[in-house]
Design a protein around this ligand. Sequence first.
Ligand code: FMN
Ligand code: SF4
Ligand code: SF4
Ligand code: SF4
Ligand code: FES
Length: 616
Amino acid sequence: MKRIQSASELEAYRQECMASRDPQRTVITICAGTGCQAHGCSNVVAAMQQELDKQGLDQVEVKATGCHGFCERGPLVVIHPQGVFYNKVKVEDVPDIIARTVKEGEVIESLLYALPATKEQISLEKDVPFYKLQERIIFGSNGLIDPTSIDDYLAIGGYQALSKALTGMTTDAVLDEVKISGLRGRGGGGFPTGRKWESTRDVDSGVKYVICNADEGDPGAYMDRSLLEGNPHSVIEGMLLGAYAVGATEGYVYVRHEYPLAVANLTMALEAAREMGFLGQNILGSGFNFDIKISRGGGAFVCGESSALIASIEGQVGEPRAKHIHMAESGLWGKPTVLNNVETWANVPVIIDKGAELFRSIGTEGSPGTKIFSLVGKVNNTGLVEVPMGISLREIIFDIGGGIPGGRSFKAVQTGGPSGGCIPEEHLDLQVDFDELDKVGSMMGSGGMIVMDDRTCMVDVAKYFLNFLKGESCGKCTTCREGILRMYEILDKITRGEGELSDLDMLEKLASVVQEASMCGLGKTAPNPVLSTLRYFRDEYLAHINDKKCPAGVCKDLIHFEIDPDACTGCHKCARVCPVDAAHGKKKEPHEIDQEKCIKCGMCYDACKFDAVKII
Ligand SMILES: Cc1cc2nc3c(=O)[nH]c(=O)nc-3n(C[C@H](O)[C@H](O)[C@H](O)COP(=O)(O)O)c2cc1C
Ligand code: SF4
Ligand code: SF4
Ligand code: SF4
Ligand code: FES
């Protein structure tokens, strides 16, 4: 690999990369992110290459890319330059794709995405509603480039921001641009990135560090993993720019061990960047020196907290520390340190390359730019969506997410990870940004968004998150260690039908103590799921306590299943799916459920097409 020694050499090499990529050439991009790998995309990639070889179509390129976002429809195949979009592609489909679409320009209807409501089929990626309303300034390149090829990154303008900064901007100018952009940290707190950098820049020290937080512990969130897997150079370039601005010479990416593909692609990207001279000594002949190491975490949620993360890199127990001294003064190994989230770092090259003003033109006054959300739960289109800040929850859930499946109704959306809050229907038009989410008792967190339908019990949801948090508390603070456990026990009691009205007061009192007296963000925010469900869904708590009923039909101790003989057709399906032979009856005659045997799994309820199984 050629070592690039100056900005002009970089530009000349970029031109070569671009020239070797004819925009009219047929390129078949296949998502090779972790989600699509689980759907078997590696076999599709291999079959596609084999078929092209067999047919002698060496002018057609197959590109295994990072995550495109629409993971539930994977494996995804897009044929460029037209942008024909195929979903759920299998190895058996490959010969047809080549014979009909690649050679004849014909669209294969059976592989197209169909709108859930109307079944209308959509041919082009850009017209799929899931993508249409997104603004993918950070995540868009994931679907276009091979993350293992630095040339691919260079061909789309990669390391242009670095070259601009090192050759034409002072360190202060880079910092000012980030400050003007209004970029706020995407890892949870939303702290202004430029201000954080400034505090570190202002400390006089020969050694400073920048760190990328890729711990990503929120259940269901995977945007940081997908960015590292699909576009690792964008994160490296962001860190280079940050290091230049604050005067750091060493960086770390702290990434959880459970992300093997992210680690592999990042390792490869670091090696390529080093070989080409974007990392190391005298980068682009500017005199700036910087390099990055990977530090692997063991997967504890609390290790995403800044002081616990630093302790973990240093080889100490990954527990939060009291922050008497600011990280800007004494962070990693006691030196001034900047810690930012993966997505925050990936925003920086865009800001330096395109300018702070352009960045500010996206999003809201208080939260400029975009945010990647992990849209999951009871929504038709699940996956990663990058949207401008200020978009409404309704647009994300109904226009991009395609609404609630199975004709059911929306009940709530949980944002902000395990210690976020549940937002009810009355706030669906809320314009999503850091401040608006705070106002309704939730938070942005790292961008988890779990949609819930009318069959979700909100007491059970609060119990689920507290169960997670009680397991992740490091145990240092009594209030967090014991308080979350006590709150969980009360919720459990309520879901078993043994709750009393005084339990609600106790939950609120405990919440206040846990928030006030816990040391780190885990304890301080842990009561949120309880407080937000009590605030918006108190009637559900009361139904569990006063009527001993679970209105959503979820809490097993408060429900049983019965078959309505008038609605039952005797189709026998419930009997076939029942794992314990509790549902029984003769074919074409009304069936019954043996309550003694029934384990309340709900499979008969889901299976019955005639709505004859009732939750009582
Ligand atoms: C319990 C806990 C877990 C956290 N986990 C993460 C994480 O996985 N990723 C992350 O970027 N920030 C996480 N944070 C926030 C970090 O402490 C820190 O604020 C963030 O990485 C700073 O980067 P930013 O300014 O770019 O958001 C966590 C905080 C707490 C209290
Ligand atoms: S608040 Fe909880 S997780 Fe944080 S330091 Fe205290 S015990 Fe540990
Ligand atoms: S699946 Fe429904 S309709 Fe069929 S036998 Fe069972 S309860 Fe009756
Ligand atoms: S709820 Fe489960 S165990 Fe009970 S009858 Fe239905 S399928 Fe059988
Ligand atoms: S992993 Fe393939 S679309 Fe997300």
